[in-house]
Design a protein around this ligand. Structure first.
Ligand SMILES: Cc1cc2nc3c(=O)[nH]c(=O)nc-3n(C[C@H](O)[C@H](O)[C@H](O)COP(=O)(O)O)c2cc1C
Length: 358
């Protein structure tokens, strides 16, 4: 019955106004209307990073469940982890609608949501009410009108540190003016110093990850890598949406905002491979951007991602994509005669960097 409902829902969801469709999809997850087919987990896909045991490396990227309305429904799709948020200290409405655009011919989305979210108190209450099971990270940000942006991140870490599996510091959203400036060396050093002080005061240390933009030059990336290693950052999420516009078919290409999905794949995978070359195995990387198949997932992993996340392709293809990626990764392990997914990480990073642009 539930699977029939989820199959019926998909065509409805893809025809609705994009933001309404998204809200319906979250409700369907919350109500448990979508679930994965029963199947034995492949233990070769299990992987351990920053003290957490991931049942598989596939996660839900931030932005899909900003308010922690459906983390358990999302985990129920067979994902290895879920990242909720971005959450800001105070609730905020975000940008005026329309602010979410589906570029169907390009397999892409442009969004300028602007951190619409219920605020940390409401999200914390929701997370506190659920059983502590599965890996649920919290992505934190700053309010648009904040007079003290670093203070907002400190507040986010202090609020969610005790309950989150990990905390991701989002300094790469293009839709909050000036936010990406926190990626500059001196700003990032100041931010991480304050966050490490806060982290040291928590009852238990929580893994701290940094999420970066794909629109960074080599020197900027090298500085970020150095500061993250020096600041004992547990993971780098590569990447957020891009403000660049590779060639696109859709007339909506001119909309302002961050581009995600298929056209982001090459851009973000290049930055991922470059980051891998800079940090090696010192900091695990989470590869995000345009993953829409098991092939794309495998390419992210071999380019340097220890874990992966997705959002846009899930919105287009529906939850069956998670199962397809899990099964596809298992097949790749068979083909390459590998006994764990960790063995594949980074094996093609150099090849990505020398690859001619398409
Ligand atoms: C509608 C939408 C909202 C998003 N909101 C957030 C957000 O609040 N915080 C964040 O860190 N990333 C956000 N993202 C970026 C995603 O987490 C991800 O980094 C990006 O979409 C690339 O992955 P994808 O191509 O699989 O979608 C958002 C993406 C989309 C499409």
């Amino acid at each position: 019955m539930r699977d029939i409902l989820s199959r019926l829902l998909k065509p409805v969801v893809t025809k609705l106004e994009p933001e309404a469709a998204h809200q319906l999809a979250i409700k369907a997850l919350q109500w448990g209307l979508v679930r994965r087919p029963k199947e034995e987990p492949d233990i070769r896909l299990a992987t351990r990073h920053f003290g957490l045991d991931f049942p598989n490396p596939i996660g839900l990227a931030a932005g899909a469940d900003k308010n922690a309305e459906a983390p358990d429904g999302a985990l129920g799709l067979g994902l290895g982890f879920v990242e909720i948020g971005t959450v800001t200290p105070r609730p905020q409405a975000g940008n005026p609608r329309p602010r979410l655009f589906r570029l169907t011919d390009d397999g892409a989305i442009i969004n300028r949501m602007g951190f619409n979210n219920d605020g940390s108190a409401a999200v914390l209450a929701r997370l506190s009410a659920r059983p502590r099971q599965g890996i649920v990270g919290v992505n934190i940000g700053a309010n648009r009108d904040s007079a003290d942006r670093i203070g907002d991140y400190v507040q986010g870490l202090a609020s969610f540190g005790p309950i989150a599996s990990y905390v991701a510091v989002n300094i790469s959203s293009p839709n909050t003016p000036g936010l990406r400036g926190l990626q500059a060396r001196s700003e990032l050093e100041a931010l991480l110093a304050r966050l490490n002080e806060t982290r040291a005061g928590l009852p238990q240390p929580v893994p701290l990850l940094v999420k970066i933009a794909p629109d960074l030059g080599h020197d900027e990336l090298a500085a970020i890598a150095e500061v993250c290693v020096a600041g004992a950052i547990d993971g780098i999420i590569v990447s957020n949406t891009t403000v660049s516009r590779p060639p696109l078919r859709s007339g909506l290409a001119k909309e302002a905002g961050g581009l995600s999905g298929r056209p982001l794949f090459d851009i973000s995978t290049r930055v991922l491979a470059e980051t891998y070359r800079l940090v090696g195995t010192r900091v695990p990387l989470i590869g995000v951007g345009g993953i829409d198949s098991a092939d794309a997932a495998w390419a992210k992993i071999t380019s340097g991602a220890s874990l992966i996340q997705l959002y846009t392709a899930l919105a287009f293809q529906g939850p069956g994509l998670v199962t397809a990626i899990r099964q596809g990764l298992s097949r790749r392990l068979d083909e390459h005669k590998l006994s764990t997914i960790a063995e594949a990480v980074g094996s093609k990073a150099d090849a990505w960097l020398t690859r001619p642009p398409e």
